[in-house]
Write a protein that binds this ligand. Structure first.
Ligand code: SF4
Length: 320
């Protein structure tokens, strides 16, 4: 990453653009990410929100925002972003606002909109080269409708529609879609993963992305106490564990070229991460499902072996 104004936590801007107190769940991992996003953009942003948990954030006449916020249906946040971007460009062209008064347009959606229902309109917007940010709070299920499986749900997670049964003891039998690679295949200028536990990494990425005109994606790891069944105080610890166990790689791709921005020197066993959440409880009780835990672990090790080889990284990867 090139020169940055974010070197340590002391560089986090003090100005707040999101007021405390809102109707979302306590401990939600997406709230600190949204707060930091606003800080990095100095509040100069219009958020276009697809239906999801965060639809409750701003309900007329109440708002925790200093900036603007617009709702759309599940599938059409990128179309809403296109309309706002076009309107801003016309105002600049007509001299009604100066280029330096321009504001960023940010789609802000859950994984349901980003991975599934809104993927088609997102693909179109990337192809058109729309100048926008897309911030996904990925809690790996449709949480606002009762925590049903989404395209982001990982293997073996229990959701309302992938409950472990006698015939299907591991819970979800499929695997998580790779949204990073789906976006990267469109060759946009910027794609990144972020986590609420790694604030400096996140701010640097938002800063880096702002140099590029065009579509820019941020997929945020989002601990969800309500659907993952963990204590509200545990969200940041779980986020750190996800990174240290290699479950959630922190990376970016600039015009398709991938680089990992944080590499755990020694990967922690994934079991440490799985045991923090009730959605994986069935892997340990009433009986330990050793083959499922091993399969999850091997999948992570395979990923990091590939990364270590491609990026010439020094990572200690134990054998399963
Ligand atoms: S259900 Fe989960 S993602 Fe949604 S607001 Fe609550 S904690 Fe956040």
């Amino acid at each position: 990453m090139s020169e940055t104004r974010f070197k340590t936590l002391r560089d986090v801007p003090l100005e707040e653009y999101l007021a405390p107190g809102n109707p979302l769940c306590a401990g939600c991992g997406a709230t600190p990410v949204l707060r930091m996003f606003l800080k990095a953009l100095e509040g100069r942003a219009v958020f276009v929100n697809a239906a999801g948990c965060f639809t409750l954030l701003h309900v007329y006449p109440y708002t925790p925002f200093k900036s603007s916020w617009m709702y759309t249906a599940f599938a059409s946040a990128p179309a809403g972003a296109q309309g706002i971007r076009d309107a801003l460009d016309i105002l600049i062209e007509k001299g009604k606002i100066q280029p330096e008064e321009d504001i960023k347009v940010v789609c802000f959606t859950g994984d349901g909109a980003a991975y599934d229902i809104g993927l088609q309109s997102t693909s179109g917007a990337i192809e058109r080269g729309l100048d926008f940010y897309y911030l996904v709070y990925d809690n790996e299920a449709y949480s606002n409708t009762g925590f049903q499986k989404s395209g982001a749900t990982p293997y073996a997670a229990s959701t309302a529609t992938t409950l472990p049964t006698k015939l299907q003891r591991e819970g979800h039998t499929g695997s998580k879609k790779d949204l990073f690679e789906i976006w990267r295949s469109h060759k946009p200028p910027y794609v990144a993963t972020i986590a609420p536990s790694h604030i400096v990494d996140m701010l640097r990425k938002i800063e880096s992305a702002s140099k590029y005109r065009g579509p820019k994606l941020f997929i945020s790891f989002t601990p969800c106490p309500t659907g993952w069944y963990h204590d509200t105080s545990e969200s940041i610890r779980i986020s750190k564990l996800a990174v240290e166990c290699g479950v959630w790689p922190l990376k970016e791709a600039i015009y398709g070229e991938v680089k990992h921005t944080y590499t755990p020197r020694v990967l922690k066993p994934v079991e440490e991460y799985l045991k923090t959440q009730g959605r994986y409880k069935h892997l340990f009780h009433p009986q330990r499902q050793e083959h499922v835990i091993k399969a999850i672990q091997e999948n992570i090790y395979q990923y990091w072996r590939r990364v270590a080889e491609t990026e010439k990284l020094d990572i200690i990867i134990p054998s399963v």
